[in-house]
Design a protein around this ligand. Structure first.
Ligand code: FAD
Length: 308
């Protein structure tokens, strides 16, 4: 009987598409007894519309409903722990505070605390006015909230249950970190501030994960490090995954993927690689495997049915 936990991440469905695809994902994967379902959070995007006078009007567009609403929809239908992501990106300190209050009202007590992705139109991450630059700044705010204080320093009359939270980490280094050691220092700082677990960026090479974990342990990181896995499922991912997630595909996987002629062949390869990767991680003793579901729900079902 497997003792390694199972969890997965869903994106809020695109605006206007309803809840059916979200619920279908959960229905497909719930038989594997998920410890939690993470819900991602995405900043608003800006679109520029040309006006009659040739100028451009900048307006903010949200493509997905809010994480709080999605968490609520899942909680009403399933008896599964939900873990919303809370991101600094595009949010003011006040908005983050209201976000925490909403999540507390919903009875949620676990979060994944992140900086979030940069705005699409920016070359690099920029803090907005009255916002933050790093995830650690939001961790400080959550710690104050947990201790019963709003951001203006005034006491919370009736503080609710404190939030427990996890953070992100990067076996192949975050793209902006000057070196792997710096990135691990940041993880250690987050642990010292109160983070109770870390979930990794997706990776395909277990050796990179093992080396990262060893370095992190040597640097004093003791919290659980949970590997994040996304089965390859499309030909285009051969170049998209390294570019988007700043990772290397191991030679053995890339060589086989190059031989594939269709997405179906890549999907089959991704399942076989995923099973082998997860079995090795389980033998290594990871506490849980966290799956990224975008374009991969059926592959995850097939992997999970072989390993759990
Ligand atoms: P940070 O910890 O703030 O680090 C960002 C960079 O700054 C790193 O290079 C770090 O080394 C450096 N740094 C940190 N602190 C300092 C400091 N004090 N001084 C100098 N440099 C510093 N994105 C979303 O938009 N929504 C999501 O829901 C989402 N979910 C994710 C889930 C997981 C498990 C993972 C791994 C990533 C997720 N992301 C998500 C992507 C994530 O937001 C990006 O990778 C982002 O660029 C970094 O987030 P972070 O929390 O690691 O940032």
């Amino acid at each position: 009987m497997a003792t390694t936990g199972f969890s997965f991440e869903v994106l809020p469905p695109l605006k206007g598409t309803g809840t059916s695809s979200l619920f279908k994902t959960i229905d497909t994967l719930k038989e594997f007894n998920p410890q939690s379902i993470n819900i991602t959070t995405h900043r608003s995007e800006f679109v520029y519309t040309e006006q009659d006078d040739g100028s451009f009007l900048r307006s903010s567009v949200r493509r997905r409903p809010g994480t709080v609403a999605v968490a609520s929809a899942i909680m009403q239908k399933y008896d599964i722990n939900v873990v919303p992501h809370i991101v600094v990106s595009g949010m003011t300190k006040e908005e983050l505070e209201y976000n925490l209050l909403d999540l507390q009202f919903l009875g949620l007590s676990e979060l994944l605390v992140l900086r979030g992705d940069k705005a699409k139109e920016d070359a690099k991450f920029k803090a907005i006015k009255n916002g933050y630059k790093y995830a650690t700044e939001l961790i400080s705010q959550i710690n104050d909230f947990n201790s019963g204080y709003f951001i203006d320093g005034s006491p919370i009359k009736s503080p609710g249950a404190p939030f427990r939270y996890g953070v992100a980490c990067y076996p192949e280094k975050h793209e902006e970190a000057p070196n792997p050691e710096f990135d691990i220092e940041v993880l250690k700082r987050k642990q010292d501030m109160g983070a109770q677990w870390a979930i990794t960026q997706l990776f395909y090479d277990n050796e990179k994960f093992f080396a990262f974990e060893e370095k992190a342990r040597r640097a004093g990181v003791t919290i659980p490090i949970i590997p994040g896995i996304k089965p390859m499922a499309k030909l285009s991912q051969l170049s998209v995954l390294p570019k988007t997630f700043h990772l290397d595909l191991p030679e053995a996987l890339a060589n086989e993927a190059i031989k594939c002629k269709t997405d179906d062949e890549v999907k089959q390869l991704g399942i076989e690689w995923g099973v082998q990767q997860c079995r090795e991680l389980m033998a290594h003793g990871v506490p849980r495997i966290h799956f990224y579901t975008v374009s991969a729900v059926d592959s995850i079902r097939q992997i999970a049915s072989q390993i759990y």
